[in-house]
Design a protein around this ligand. Structure first.
Ligand SMILES: *Cc1c(COP(=O)(O)O)cnc(C)c1O
Length: 393
């Protein structure tokens, strides 16, 4: 098993870290499609089950391909450990179920993924876990919402879809002063652009479905952080079962090899597109952390290595005008997914954020004219021509 050297750069680690070779010495990481593993004898079976001996048992909680994916992502996030899950939502659910109990409280930023809001607001609420949402990007607003029973401070930065940036280091200080864990959903940046643990976060959550796979193929998720915390998530996963399939883990493992290259190019394309959008008379406002017009541009450039690949913008003329842009696209794909090499366009108010109440949507600042573009690897000029058709229609 080649061990990564401490001084290797992220580029090298993305390709090399985590690999375990079998007796065949394969060059590319192997895909182990097996649900269980054979023991030499009864004593070994007992030792593996009790945990006295380390090793593979059953693919709900152990599989070599999944282990390789977890190790590679842990190295990229500079985390002590990583636990992979069936999806990003399974990662969030498993974290809450592993670390919280009934009667406890979450403080969360308001602009979080729609399904995460649903999970907190409708499902966890039924089990006695209450969530307070913070509309502000000001760390003091988070501090003021902490209660004695608060367990997690949950944030997404940049947020979906408005790309609001939260100060991870400042919020880590707020969380730790209050005896609370800071959990960061790092889906939009990936470790290629932002490493929240280095800024003081306690746990990083991933929807591996997005940039880690990077080609829109499979679902997956992960929780990264110190072993004391990820072990709790692992115990939940082992028993409750929201496990990732080895096939999906293999796709994500191989996807991470090109993560840094993709993020670099997709961010450059996004910046070019955002600058072009700002020049269009039909566009009221562009949200992109890489633009100097972004209210938190300085903070974004401090904690991220680029603006990322998500651009949101408001079209003048409400829903009708926004839908006209979507419906005139021939190149951009009309799909809610993001993090793909193929550029996608979404109308958040009627899709990803359609299930939340109009009041909550308004509080999140998601207007009817808003569109979100997840920029891929196509030429920005081709994307611009595609969007221009709808803007001018
Ligand atoms: C997609 C997404 C999730 C959920 O991930 P799934 O893999 O779809 O379950 C969570 N957070 C953010 C920011 C996302 O974009």
């Amino acid at each position: 098993m080649p061990m990564p050297a401490n001084d290797w750069s992220l580029e090298t680690l993305a390709v090399r870290a985590g690999q375990m070779r079998s007796q065949f010495n394969e060059h590319s990481e192997a895909l182990y499609l097996t649900s269980s593993f054979v023991f030499h004898n009864a004593a070994q079976a007992a030792a593996r089950f009790s945990g006295a001996e380390e090793g593979m048992v059953y693919a709900r909680f152990t599989n070599p391909t999944v282990t390789m994916m977890q190790s590679r992502l842990a190295v990229l996030e500079e985390a002590e450990a990583c636990v992979a899950t069936a999806s990003g939502m399974a990662a969030i659910m498993s974290t809450v179920m592993a670390l919280m109990k009934s009667g406890e409280h979450i403080v969360s930023s308001r602009s979080i993924f729609g399904a995460t809001q649903q999970l907190f607001g409708t499902i966890l609420a039924r089990f006695g876990i209450e969530t307070t949402y913070i509309d502000s990007t000001d760390s003091a607003a988070f501090a003021a919402a902490l209660r004695p029973n608060t367990r997690l401070l949950f944030i997404e930065t940049p947020s979906n879809p408005l790309t609001e940036v939260l100060d991870i280091a400042a919020l880590a200080a707020v969380a730790h002063t209050g005896g609370v864990l800071l959990v960061v959903d790092n889906c939009f940046c990936s470790p290629a652009l932002q490493q929240p643990l280095k800024l003081g976060a306690d746990l990083v959550i991933h929807s591996a479905t997005k940039y880690l796979d990077g080609q829109g193929r499979v679902l997956g998720g992960a929780v990264c952080g110190p072993k004391t915390l990820t072990d709790e998530v692992f115990k939940f996963l082992r028993t409750a079962g929201p496990a990732i399939s080895p096939f999906n883990a293999w796709i994500i493992l191989k996807g991470m090899e090109t993560l840094l290259l993709r993020m670099k190019q997709q961010s450059a394309n996004a910046l070019e597109l955002a600058q072009w959008l700002e020049q269009q008379p039909q566009v009221a406002r562009v949200y992109y952390p890489g633009l100097s017009s972004h209210p938190q541009h300085a903070l974004a450039m401090k904690q991220q290595s680029s603006g990322g690949a998500i651009v949101a913008f408001e079209v003048k003329g409400e829903r009708e005008a926004a839908w006209r842009v979507v419906d005139n696209c021939r190149l951009l794909s009309i799909t809610a997914n993001l993090g793909d090499t193929k550029t996608t366009i979404t109308h958040p108010a009627s899709t990803t954020h359609g299930r939340i109440s109009p009041e909550a949507r308004a509080a999140s600042g998601i207007k009817e004219g808003l569109l979100r573009i997840a920029v891929g690897l196509e030429s920005p000029r081709d994307l611009e021509m595609d969007i221009e058709r709808g803007l001018k229609a």
